[in-house]
Design a protein around this ligand. Structure first.
Ligand code: FIX
Ligand code: ZN
Length: 417
């Protein structure tokens, strides 16, 4: 096998591999175009992304009350955010820079500062064609959605059995079940699950059937839930009972992994709605105990606090049924992506899914991935150079192989094992 002897040639090969790898986006909030207004796309949706709404209120004048903002239509909200966060103050936060990157990648001219001109271009796009264009620009093979069967509007689309583009795969989202069983009961029974008030053998069986039916309908890549920073396992609570008696048994039976995203402090500021969630430290020992208790369940894990990451990466070394993914949400910033990537490569090698986008707006795939490629290329150049200087020599095909592992290959291996 021909290997690369020259270190600068090696470094170019690494940059090239990252620039050209086709990526699997393992967690997003996208929807199929035929799910109506659930799929968000275009410049007004980009500007009213909840990250930017939070940033708007960090600097809005007192007379911009939350109610006043929420009563505005989407276009007026976008105008205000454009004016405040782009024209009047530097668009240098990650979420703001992302809008600029996406516009430029689409061949538009954000520096023209003409929001209406940008809107005009989007008005000429057809969503089905635009979806494919965005996936090509971002160079993704597919993105995993977030599909919540307990949201009636969502459930109705899936029950209608409309086709879904191959670039979108499903995930069965179960927070509502795990965290608010009592509230979920009404919808569960409306859907014919006949679930009692008590979490007993009969209810567990009914819930396993309901969840199994949805798994059959959606054919999800995994089941998923986000949990708070106060989540502990095991605990004397419904979440533990539902994990132990419903979710993990179904997972093992169907070889259907469970993705847990831990550490979101919901509604830290309820007035901000989706933008009001915050972060708290997670209990990684609970992740460890969960992996120990359910060795036949494969867990995909990401946590929201920067302070958890080293402990989580060490846990990732201990359990073959644990796979780490992404720099989630408040971690999806260049400074932290770089730090986490270095830490994970040093502890896990290529046995990690280095990033996911969490895109809520279709166009975000463009910027979230181009920003990530830049950072990961920089980190990998260092890591391959270190190994080269330690005496190893790499073939270009091996570099391509390894880079793909980090951007979806290891994820798919984990799903298949
Ligand atoms: O729970 C989740 O899937 C979170 O990613 C979202 O709730 C969150 O609003 C988000 O989109 C973060 O990027
Ligand atoms: Zn998410």
């Amino acid at each position: 096998m021909q290997t690369i002897a020259d270190v600068s040639e090696l470094q170019s090969a690494v940059r090239n591999a990252v620039a050209h790898v086709t990526i699997t986006d393992v967690h997003t909030h996208l929807f199929p175009p035929n799910h109506g207004n659930l799929l968000l796309w275009g410049v007004d949706e980009l500007l009213t992304y909840h990250y930017l709404i939070a940033e708007l209120f960090t600097q809005a004048p007192a007379d911009l009350t939350y109610d006043k903002f929420w009563q505005m239509d989407k276009s007026a909200q976008a105008d205000l955010i454009w004016q405040r966060l782009f024209i009047e103050t530097a668009p240098i936060s990650e979420a703001r820079r992302g809008v600029l990157t996406a516009m430029s990648a689409l061949g538009l001219n954000p520096a023209g500062r003409d929001l209406n001109k940008l809107r005009q271009w989007f008005a000429e796009q057809s969503v089905d064609t635009y979806l494919q264009k965005v996936f090509e620009l971002a160079d993704l093979d597919y993105a995993v959605m977030t599909n919540n069967p307990l949201v009636q509007q969502e459930a109705a689309y899936w029950q209608a059995g409309e086709p879904t583009p191959a670039v979108l795969k499903t995930a069965l989202r179960i927070d509502a079940l795990l965290l608010n069983f009592t509230t979920a009961r009404a919808e569960l029974n409306r859907q014919g699950a006949t679930v009692g008030a008590k979490l007993d053998r009969q209810t567990f069986a009914a819930l396993r059937k309901w969840l199994g039916d949805w798994a059959g309908r959606l054919n999800p890549v995994y089941m998923a839930a986000s949990l708070g920073p106060d989540w502990t396992y095991p605990a004397n609570d419904e979440t533990t009972m539902l994990l132990d008696e419903v979710v993990c048994p179904l997972s093992a039976e169907r070889n259907l992994p469970v993705a847990l995203m831990v550490g979101v402090r919901k509604a830290m500021n309820p007035d901000l709605r989706d933008a009001g969630d915050g972060v708290g430290r997670s209990d990684i020992s609970s992740v460890v105990r969960l992996c120990q208790a359910h060795p036949k369940t494969k867990f995909l894990l990401t946590t929201l606090s920067r302070t958890d990451q080293h402990e989580l990466a060490v846990a990732g070394r201990k359990f073959r049924n644990l796979h780490l993914f992404g720099c989630w949400w408040f971690l999806n910033n260049p400074s932290i992506i770089e730090e986490m990537a270095r830490q994970r490569l040093e502890l896990l090698g290529t046995n990690v899914t280095i990033q996911h986008s969490d895109a809520r707006v279709l166009d975000q795939l463009i910027y979230k991935w181009s920003h990530t490629r830049e950072i990961i290329a920089k980190v990998l150049v260092d890591k391959y150079t270190d190994a080269h200087n330690a005496g190893w020599r790499f073939a270009e095909s091996e570099i391509t192989r390894d880079v793909r592992r980090l951007f979806g290959g290891a994820f798919e291996e984990f799903l298949a094992k």
